[in-house]
Design a binder for this molecule. Structure first.
Ligand SMILES: C[S@@+](CC[C@H](N)C(=O)[O-])C[C@H]1O[C@@H](n2cnc3c(N)ncnc32)[C@H](O)[C@@H]1O
Length: 234
């Protein structure tokens, strides 16, 4: 797997207007997360849905599985839960500060600074990918592209756990924990369809309402999907 710094895929080509705009956008998103840091865990301390989905996934995976945690944030709870279960975890995040906090929380993991949009398959692949509340930071059209890239880094039959916030907005700026950040909400049925069109079979699905522990973030409906990548050989 090759993962570059935010916007590096675009930087490989003579950057056109659209590429430059994308790089700047992602740098703004990364800056917002640099400011948020550990406040994220203070605002969202209860992760029962996420923990339960990873527990289910762990029961289905081979021991010592290689797992890519995209948008790993502080490494809590997911990277820690996975390493505690014996998985070999790679944390990928666009924010150096979030990766630094994750490294303190989960020293056993590997850490890669990069953008999910720069993922490229090269090497043995992962038995599982987790992407909890990270794809919601992409415009809707790029969520589809990201799902395709995730499919490419997964081994045939690999597992994909994803969480999004339900909504019908595309790449809107919001104030979140006092930072400006862009978010996309997808409706439940549309996300299910998108996953299926991207080559994933949904095996488990859960929807929860969540009230953050702060008035600087709004209550939300969280959707968790555990999917199985179709084995092309079968
Ligand atoms: C809402 S937090 C979720 C953190 C963690 N997955 C969790 O559930 O606790 C989103 C994380 O995704 C990272 N992120 C945002 N856009 C990203 C991108 N395009 N590629 C990789 N990471 C990204 C942010 O820096 C942040 O750490």
């Amino acid at each position: 797997m090759v993962i570059g710094n935010p916007g590096s895929a675009a930087r490989g080509n003579p950057a056109g207007e659209a590429d430059r705009a994308w790089i700047e956008r992602e740098q703004d998103q990364a800056r917002a997360w640099e400011a948020i840091g550990a406040r994220y865990d203070e605002a969202f301390p209860h992760k029962d849905g996420q923990l339960a989905m990873v527990r289910t996934m762990l029961e289905l995976m081979p021991p010592g599985a290689r797992v890519l945690d995209i948008g790993s944030g502080t490494g809590l709870p997911t990277a820690r839960q996975l390493t505690a279960a014996g998985c070999r975890v790679t944390c990928l995040d666009i924010s150096p500060r979030m990766l630094g906090i994750a490294e303190q929380n989960v020293p056993e993991a590997e850490f890669v600074l990069g953008d999910v949009m720069d993922l490229s398959a090269d090497g043995p692949g992962f038995e599982a990918v987790t992407a909890f509340f990270v794809l919601l930071h992409l415009p809707r059209e790029k969520v589809r592209t990201a799902l395709g890239l995730i499919g490419e880094v997964l081994v045939p039959g690999g597992w994909f756990a994803v969480a999004m916030v339900e909504g019908d907005v595309d790449d809107v700026p919001i104030t979140f924990l006092d930072s400006r950040i862009r978010v996309t909400g997808i409706l439940r049925d549309d996300l299910r369809t998108l996953l299926s069109e991207s080559g994933f079979a949904v095996e488990h699905e859960r929807v929860l309402s969540y009230a953050p522990e702060t008035s600087s973030a709004k209550p939300e409906i969280q959707m968790f999907f555990l999917c199985h990548k179709a084995d092309e050989r079968s």
